[in-house]
Design a protein around this ligand. Sequence first.
Ligand code: XMP
Length: 333
Amino acid sequence: MQTNVRPETMERITTKELAEAFIAEQIEEVRAQVGDRKVLLALSGGVDSSVVAALLIKAIGKQLICVHVNHGLMRKDESENVIKLFEGELDANLIYVDATDRFLDLLAGVSDPETKRKIIGKEFIEVFADEARKLEDVDFLAQGTIYPDILESIKQAEGKQAVKSHHNVGGLPEDLKFELVEPLKLLFKDEVRVVGEALGLPHAMVYRQPFPGPGLGVRCLGAITRDRLHALREADAILREEFDVCGLAEKVWQYFVIIPDIKSVGVKEESRFEGWPAIIRAVNTTDAMSATIEEIPYEILHKITKRITNEVEGINRVLYDITPKPTGTIEWE
Ligand code: XMP
């Protein structure tokens, strides 16, 4: 069994060659641990779970069963892209669960951010557990745990609380007992990315910006409604598209749209209408504990504003949040 402590002598994985050596070593270890048995993985499409999936597909092929749960709070085309890459290109054994209604029905009318997070986290585990129970002969659960997660759990065990509650599939119900497979658990994020590229995952996926577990759920402020969530998804897609075009996507650490539950009067085609504002957030940070804002050039802001207000139904203003952290957290909830 692998240790949970990174040896001081462990070399940092900074090159393709070092990543390939790591991959070869992990393939051996995983094969030795798993034999001919099956492994389950919750594949969100984030960097860590995607790298674990690609690594395990190399090591054990179809013995890996990936479950992708769409909680209805994903960004535009996100689930489709997970399916395209893992099922289409990497030939993964992938189960896709569209649980949108389950999540949105439970969240209806719930406005407190932490309650929303808890509902999403709990339901995620339940949906995943339901899928796991349908499967036979699965003995292992793979997780995209990385070294900062281990350090974070040590901090929590010492009584230092995380600021916002995060979720993963750590707390599965009692009847589901798996042995863990965590091939990235001694790696830092930058090393995971190098390993991901060495595994052949697309650059944009390996270097994609962080996306919180509760997804758009904490960016559709207050009680989530389907129409506002739809507007958020479309506006966010426009922002990401424009950031790709002008090169800011490569430079800015995290950038996204938030839609609050307020309306103001606007005017379109000579008639007045009430619409939501779309708020743009674009921040840079190294550890997410503090952050500065990206000074987006006005011409890009104008273009994004024009596109969002023209193309997204229900939005009549675009605002730009220039608050650093502190005092503003990166997310609004
Ligand atoms: P804040 O808003 O606390 O965010 O400044 C710091 C970083 O954490 C992310 N974040 C979350 N990630 N589940 C996650 O997996 C969450 O509930 C959550 N809340 C915030 C946020 O996107 C930022 O990168």
